[in-house]
Design a protein around this ligand. Structure first.
Ligand code: SD4
Length: 332
């Protein structure tokens, strides 16, 4: 039996029973007295984790998982909470605009089969994660950008909305007085939501949604909607997602790297640490940007690591919900 199948439906401590080599060569089904019990393997799912301290988003995802819903539904419904929160100025409605005053949204989603969908630099649509899911499910493509993504959303019944709130407009007008593009650590690049979930079947899905870096150049796209950079899920291994300065995450294909490190045997925590170290190796001496990675493996073990102090990630499972302060590569 494949390990993946063995873990299926198992959300509590599990003892794996393995036939000895002698017995397997002699008969198909060993008797209970003739098997070796290997140590308990603790699994922890269903579970959802997300970047930053998003209690409402993770609670929504947990509600779906706990009721037996799929990880894919949990991701979509969970991150939508932040897309609709106008006080979150890094995601969805209320997001900070680009330097021309236009709010452009990026999102991607990935399911247990490795299917994925993304929208890039899309304007006037409130829930890019749902459009990304439609791209995944209803088109032969993976990514739609700009006007094409917006047009596709209208065709799918999404409404045109004004994403620029008064608060974000006034801050942009203030920014324009100096027009200095220098994202403030843990402020202007704060609050993108990347989310990973495992459902009761043990299947993993992930999503990531953002308005990108505040006051970016028109047309700029970061890591968040790029499969492998801002998000990656491999249902055999685990998933990873990122927040922070997307250019640096793209340069190392960060989330894919972390999943591959887990495939090679690293824990989610070790893999996130290695991911950040790879980025810092390309940026020796720099201390002016933030990146945070989170990861989960097939057993529901989690990890997170970042460049600068100040990043946290939330976990929500039967064991409760916690905002985990992430350790950082740099010290304060
Ligand atoms: C980006 N990674 O567009 C995003 C920004 C972000 O919290 O994470 N903001 O580069």
């Amino acid at each position: 039996m494949k390990r993946r199948k063995f873990l299926k439906n198992s959300s509590t401590a599990t003892a794996a029973i393995v036939a000895t080599p002698f017995l397997t060569s002699c008969q198909d089904t060993p008797k209970a007295s003739e098997v070796t019990v290997i140590p308990e393997t603790k699994v922890n799912f269903p579970i959802v984790i997300c970047t930053w301290n998003f209690l409402n988003a993770s609670a929504k995802a947990w509600e779906i998982l706990n009721a037996g819903g799929t990880s894919l539904d949990a991701i979509e419904q969970g991150v939508k909470i932040e897309e609709d929160d106008t006080t979150n100025q890094t995601v969805g409605t209320g997001g900070r605009p680009d330097r021309d005053g236009n709010v452009t949204l990026d999102a991607c989603i990935m399911d247990k089969e490795g299917n994925c969908g993304a929208v890039l630099a899309m304007e006037n649509i409130a829930n890019p994660i749902s459009v990304a899911r439609k791209v995944m499910e209803d088109t032969p493509h993976v990514m739609l950008a700009g006007k094409g993504a917006e047009q596709f959303a209208y065709e799918k019944g999404f409404e045109k909305v004004n994403l620029l709130t008064e608060q974000s407009r006034l801050e942009w007008l203030e920014w324009k007085k100096t027009s200095e593009y220098k994202p403030i650590i843990n402020i202007e690049n704060h609050d993108t939501i990347g989310m990973l979930a495992i459902d009761q079947n043990g299947d993993i899905a992930g999503g990531c949604t953002t308005s990108g870096m505040g006051y970016k150049m028109a047309g700029r796209v970061g890591d968040s909607p790029i499969i492998g950079a801002g998000l990656f899920v491999d249902n055999e291994v685990g998933g990873a997602t990122a927040t922070g300065v997307g250019e640096e995450v793209v340069r190392t294909v960060g989330s894919f790297l972390i999943v591959e490190l887990m495939r090679q045997g690293k824990s989610p925590q070790e893999a996130c640490e290695e991911g950040v170290k790879r980025i810092m190796a390309k940026n020796e001496g720099r201390n002016d940007f933030q990146i945070g990675f989170i990861a989960i493996n097939k057993k529901g073990e989690t990890g997170g690591y970042c460049v600068q102090p100040g990043f946290s990630y939330r976990t929500y499972s039967k064991e409760g919900h916690v905002n985990n302060a992430s350790e950082s590569y740099l010290t304060p």
